[in-house]
Design a protein around this ligand. Structure first.
Ligand code: FAD
Length: 521
């Protein structure tokens, strides 16, 4: 039966490709005949078949470089008018930082969203400041523009060279999410082009179903062309703190305490370190140990350690006033005094707010210079319910993962109350859940413990363990190959997801790289 299905699928693909090839001259000229401000390219489009994961490569037939929202609407309307028989799909490409081809469209049209980013960003001050930005804008540019007005978005990702539309189609999670929720909880309004080519403004008050559907909607219901993001007064500087634990339950208990307290840090994340020789000593190049003598005696050799990473914002102008400066240090000291980390491992540094937020870009530049940025990245992100995190840690960090030398492993909790369950995003069903991110890179090497297949197998083992132990884990930035898996992922929300697809993209034109719906032919 499997063989028959395989043959059928291959014939089906050949048929679709043949149809597109036969229609190609028509297809090309029909796209060129559209009245657009932007333009299409039909050659040299390889970049659109590459993403950060660097494992899946599907070449599109055309790439659209839109100048405005009408260019995108006209293109989608054109594909919509061709009907289901054309087999054509359309994928928005933010910054192409997906891991498994989610922003690709095999033989279809890729919309290069960054071409839209030339559109003006508009900061609106007042009691509740906000910024209107293009869906193709990178968060780093949003930050820089907002800082000119002394304001900034509230919720971030760890890396800012991602597009607004790309992260809002997922969630956008970082160490501020415990307080502000993910980025999708900080959006006031969207402009969206649906799968029928309609341009719709949506918000909590207007077209709310589309608004909620698009947030965390994996690009399935529309292309986000503009977003209105909530802002707050921008911090100037941050105290950036790292402390280390040798026991997971103490580490997790402290993290949970911190995210539940009103008076707490401004950013709370965590890292797992397995078989990382002397990592703590290595930090000394950029972080000051509170007690250098004690810290130099701390050897991390071979032990599994857990690093709590925290920041507290402050203003250096106010720091000139000794009383306030002392207050900040006192406040940090008082917060830290309630935690049970290994005392000799308190590391503190001071950086500007921008430097802190853009910290991964600094690492990117170093990796790029060594040719290590474009390696395959078999990343796996999981959301683990609080009640299961101990079991998860015991088995995964204790048995399955033997080292974290392939890339960082992040672990930190967030409060579910900050997530809006009307959006398309699905979370575990508990008040607190953890983001566990295995951010690995595969080194082309002769040792089998570094290779892509080894890391993919590791991910498989972790997922199988979660399934067998029935932990109620959800994937973040999910990757599935069957409809049954998607149905299980969305659980009781699957029907709503399908209804929204029928309402806003009934021909399944949009974001085919997510592999949730097939375009009907
Ligand atoms: P793309 O990869 O281009 O697109 C992602 C999906 O969204 C695709 O399906 C695409 O078709 C769709 N899409 C893109 N633009 C639009 C649009 N305007 N409208 C509708 N659909 C659209 N995520 C976090 O939450 N927190 C992190 O801290 C974090 N750190 C990261 C660090 C690195 C180095 C990398 C590579 C990724 C990180 N991510 C993080 C993951 C990131 O959120 C995803 O990769 C996400 O897809 C954003 O990338 P992108 O803008 O390049 O989107």
């Amino acid at each position: 039966e499997n063989k028959a299905t395989g043959i059928f699928f291959t014939l089906f693909l050949c048929y679709t490709c043949m149809k597109l090839i036969l229609c190609f001259p028509n297809f090309q000229s029909s796209l060129q005949s559209l009245n657009l401000q932007g333009h299409f390219t039909f050659e040299n489009n390889e970049f659109a078949s590459i993403d950060f994961g660097n494992q899946f490569h599907y070449l599109p037939s055309a790439v659209l470089y839109p100048k405005n929202v009408s260019d995108i609407a006209s293109t989608i309307r054109h594909v919509w008018n061709l009907g289901p028989a054309s087999g054509l799909t359309v994928a928005a490409r933010g910054h192409g930082h997906s891991f498994q081809g989610q922003a690709q469209a095999a033989q279809g049209i890729v919309v290069n969203m960054e071409s839209l980013s030339g559109q003006q960003m508009q900061v609106h001050m007042g009691e509740y400041p906000y910024v209107d930005v293009s869906g193709g804008e990178l968060w780093i540019n949003v930050l820089k523009e907002c800082l000119k007005y002394g304001v900034a978005p509230k919720s971030w990702t760890d890396y800012l060279h991602l597009s607004v539309g790309g992260t809002l189609s997922n969630a956008g999670i970082s160490g501020q999410a415990f307080r502000h929720g993910p980025q999708i909880s900080n959006v006031r309004q969207l402009q969206v082009v649906t799968g029928k080519g309609e341009v719709v403004i949506c918000s909590e008050e207007k077209n709310a179903d589309l608004f909620h559907g698009v947030l965390g909607g994996l690009g399935q219901f529309g292309i986000i062309t503009r977003a209105r993001i909530s802002l707050e007064p921008a911090p100037k500087m941050v105290k950036w703190i790292r402390v280390v634990y040798s026991d997971f339950s103490t580490f997790a208990k402290d993290q949970e305490y911190l995210i539940s307290s009103k008076n707490t840090f401004d950013y709370i994340e965590g890292l797992v370190m397995i078989n990382k020789t002397n990592l703590v000593n290595y930090w000394r190049s950029s972080f000051n140990p509170e007690d250098p003598v004690q810290a130099s005696q701390f050897v991390s050799d071979g032990k599994t350690l857990f690093c709590l990473e925290l920041t507290k914002n402050f203003d250096p102008h106010l720091q000139q006033d000794d009383i306030i400066a002392n207050n900040i240090d006192k406040e940090i000291k008082s917060l830290l005094s309630q935690l049970s980390y290994i005392p000799s491992t308190l590391f503190v540094t001071e950086v500007s707010y921008v430097e802190f937020l853009d910290r991964v870009h600094a690492a990117e530049l170093k990796l790029r210079s060594k040719g290590l940025w474009d390696l395959p990245h078999p990343w796996l992100n999981l959301l683990v319910p609080k009640s299961k995190i101990q079991t998860f840690a015991q088995n995964v960090f204790g048995h399955i993962l033997t080292n974290t030398n392939h890339g960082p492993v992040l672990v930190y909790p967030v409060n579910k109350s900050k997530w809006d369950n009307r959006t398309s995003f699905v979370t575990p069903d508990e008040d607190i859940f953890y983001l566990v991110a295995f951010l690995q890179h595969a080194v082309p090497s002769t040792t089998e413990n570094d290779g892509l297949q080894y890391l993919l197998n590791l991910n498989k083992r972790i997922l199988e363990y979660c399934e067998e132990a029935n932990l109620g884990v959800k994937q973040y930035l999910p990757y599935y190959t069957t409809k049954e898996e998607w149905r299980a992922h969305f659980g009781t929300r699957w029907e709503v997801f399908v209804q929204r697809k029928l309402a806003y993209d009934p021909l399944a034109i949009l974001a085919p790289g997510q592999r949730i719906f097939q375009k009907a032919i």
